[in-house]
Every structure is written in structure tokens, then in C-alpha cells.
Design a protein around this ligand. Sequence first.
Ligand SMILES: Nc1ncnc2c1ncn2[C@@H]1O[C@H](COP(=O)(O)OP(=O)(O)OP(=O)(O)O)[C@@H](O)[C@H]1O
Length: 317
Amino acid sequence: MRQQVNGHISGSDAQAGESIREELQEFLGGEALLHQLDDLTKVNPVTLETVLRCLQARYSADTFYTNAGCTLVALNPFKPVPQLYSTELMQEYHAAPQPQKLKPHIFTVGEQTYRNVKSLMEPVNQSIVVSGESGAGKTWTSRCLMKFYAVVAASPTSWESHEIAERIEQRILNSNPVMEAFGNAGTLRNNNSSRFGKFIQLQLNRAQQMTGAAVQTYLLEKTRVACQASSERNFHIFYQICKGASADERLQWHLPEGATFSWLPNPERTLEEDCFEVTREAMLHLGIDAPTQNNIFQVRGKATPLTCGSGDGQPVL
Ligand SMILES: Nc1ncnc2c1ncn2[C@@H]1O[C@H](COP(=O)(O)OP(=O)(O)OP(=O)(O)O)[C@@H](O)[C@H]1O
């Protein structure tokens, strides 16, 4: 920061300021090469402008991951990039002698963490913190990491243990649609916004194979059930039930065909997250059988906002 002495900027600070400006010009002058900088620690001088210009250049070149020392910066591409998350690419990062030498990727973080567990004499828990503002891609990134571990941490030798591993993998991956149905909602910033925090624990045995998972949730935004900002929605599960229940289930759950409910705003917005079948299927894989599911949805239908509207769209309350 420049210091003012008697209202004037001191000579040495003015020189420093001038030299930073020159460095900045020089750095930004090489704009064509900015996208090749795969680590933000190489940006010189480090200013908000240079860092953002570097990320912008990489984004324009469809490069969505950049290192910042030992932290990985992930940009949300806001478009499908299937080749970036293929099983082949996971295997490539997993097999690489030095994954950190490959292009920055969430799989580098996944693999490095996996190796840290492996390489220590006494295994030590490893944590990955995924943080960012709403819509930044945290849920996506966590899903990617879980898929990555489901692939790399499941290579048992016997056929029987292969079956068990597949079941565990499937269960771990199936926890996502269920958690998202009950805990995510469409907001102004994100059609599939997690309205809760979660701590996902993946458990490995001594052979580094995945043996289970535990998810701890906290700070669920319960008030959303009764009160949503305009243009936002309630939790996906309610819309899924309304749109996906069969005629029999509608009768049982007191959901007349075509009913609208005061606490389920914007039902006309169809999201890909509205698929009831996906949630049911995932619940089944998690061991929640059809009668138990029926009880859950029945309770949801009776005890929640769904009963607080009438068939003609008028709120009862
Ligand atoms: N790597 C990615 N590739 C393609 N699309 C992505 C990627 N990351 C995020 N998205 C898109 O951006 C949307 C928002 O991402 P996500 O739900 O992961 O954000 P979030 O940080 O978890 O937000 P919130 O805090 O609101 O839950 C996703 O539904 C997806 O469409």
C-alpha cells in the first residue's frame, strides 16, 4: 500500500507503484499465453486483475481447473464436458506416476489424497474441503470425487468381493439423488441448490478398497418448507411426488390430479431434478423398500405443505 507523507506519496512508494504497473503491463501483454499458466502462484505480479485475467483466459480455452499452490480452483463450465469426467481419464490420473504433473484436475486432488492414505505406515484420515459460493459447483465436485473413488478404490481380486464392492459403490453413488431430492431446491442462483451442509466420509480398508460411507448433514434450511423467496422453489421431493405419483398413490397420499399448492411455488418450472423415478430407484438401492418408501411419501403428503393448498389452487390457511 502506498504511504502518504504530508499529503504526498513518498518517492520510493511511487517507484514501487510504477514498477508494479510495468510488470502488470508486461504480464498482460503476453495475454495469448495466459491460458497456459496452470498455477496461479506463477502469476506475476499477483493482483486481482492478473489472477482473474488468467482464469478468464483459461476459461475461454475450456480449461476449467487451475492450481493455486496446493489448492485447486475449479471454474463452473455451465455446460456438459463429458470427456473431462470419463472413466478413462480417472484411470489415467490413477495410474500416473506423478498425477500432479498432469493437467490440474479434481482427479489430481482425489488421487493425491488416496495416495496419502496409502503411503503412510499408519493410515491417517485425509480431508478434502470443497468450498465456494452457491452455484460454484461444490455438489458437482463432490459427486465427481465420489465417482472417482468408486472407480479407483474398488479393485478387489475375488469375484465375490468384486460383487460386494460394486454394491457399496452403487450405494454410495445412489445416496446423491436421495440427498438431493430431500435437501436441494431451485433457487435464483442454482436450480439444484443444496440447502444443507454435508460431511461425507468414505471408508477404506487396509487394502485401500472402499468398504462404506457415512454422510452427516447439518444446517438444513427447514424454513424453506413453509416459506420460499419469490421465484424460488420448495425442496425437489415435493414436486417429484406431485408430478410422478401414480393414480393409486395420489388417492392414498391425498394428492388430487392437477392440484396446485400454495407452498409449492413455480411447479411449472420443470427441472431435470424433478424425476421421482430416479429418487425411488436410488432409495431402493439404498435398501429402502417400496412399503417403507410408501410410508415416507405418505407422511410427506400428509404432514407437509402439500395439505395446505386446495385443488383449486387457493391456499387453505
Ligand atoms: N464441472 C462441471 N461441469 C458441468 N456442469 C457443472 C460443473 N460444475 C457445476 N456445473 C453446473 O452448475 C450447476 C451448479 O453446480 P452445483 O449444484 O454443484 O453448485 P453448488 O456449489 O453445490 O451450489 P449450492 O451451494 O447452491 O448447492 C450444476 O447443476 C451443473 O449444472
